[in-house]
Design a protein around this ligand. Structure first.
Ligand code: ZN
Length: 234
């Protein structure tokens, strides 16, 4: 079976990175399913954006609409209970003593990929796609290429089936991620991601900037704004 004939499962949070990953997968795989996690994020806006973003992307291309399969949302409330961080509690977003933003949920991506791999196994899918990136997020140890390569090996051994973790954004900064979206789906995809995706840690959908919705001053908004500026060259 060629790569194109196989199905893939995309970790789809509803943010810019996972939307770009979904487009990347839709351009490559015969069927693409999505998975999201509800772990008690202190805002639900990102989760709420997911269906509209999926619909907007399917509306851009008949082949993409054909390939886009089921969406799965898994409850991970336990993760929220054990994570004392700014994403799951009403706390200020600051830098911790470990040099990580207080939004960091320890081991989150390890859990996400493990759940995704278990679901994928049951659905006959061996390709997992995630928007992790070392370029902008050097502080997050579970976004590192080495971490995810080790996890790929662990999952393949532990499930006795080849699991491949694709991270198309690993070596791209945010400006390059916008350029990838443009290459995959043109200006229409860029516009859909600007309008429908949410990256803001505060889940603020009340303010619209050139780069989309967000509070404008949390670390995720700052990164997205800087990436947009780099992409547009302004
Ligand atoms: Zn924000």
């Amino acid at each position: 079976m060629s790569l194109a004939a196989e199905p893939a499962l995309v970790l789809f949070s509803g943010g810019q990175d996972s939307a770009t990953c979904l487009a990347w997968a839709l351009a490559r795989f015969a069927r693409v399913e999505t998975i999201g996690f509800d772990y008690g994020q202190r805002h639900r806006v990102e989760l709420d954006c997911r269906p509209q973003l999926r619909a907007a992307m399917a509306g851009l291309d008949a082949a993409w609409a054909d390939r886009l399969g089921e969406d799965h949302v898994l409850e991970l409330a336990t993760l929220g209970r054990i994570s004392d961080t700014a994403l799951t509690r009403e706390a200020a977003i600051t830098m911790t003593e470990a040099g990580l933003p207080s939004t960091f949920v320890p081991g989150r991506n390890l859990l996400f990929f493990t759940y995704a791999a278990a679901l994928a196994y049951r659905r006959g899918i061996r390709h997992l796609v995630g928007g992790m990136c070392e370029t902008d997020y050097s502080g997050y140890p579970d976004c590192r290429d080495d971490t995810l390569k080790a996890l790929q090996a662990t999952l393949s051994l532990g499930m006795d089936r080849r699991v491949t973790i694709h991270t198309p954004l690993m070596w791209r900064d945010k400006a390059a991620t916008w350029r990838l979206a443009e290459a995959l789906g043109g200006a229409a995809l860029v516009e859909a991601i600007v309008e429908q995706s949410m990256s803001c840690y505060r889940g603020d959908r009340g303010r619209r900037h050139a780069w989309g919705y967000g509070c404008g001053d949390c670390p995720a908004c700052a990164l997205r704004a800087a990436g947009w500026k780099g992409y547009r060259g302004t």
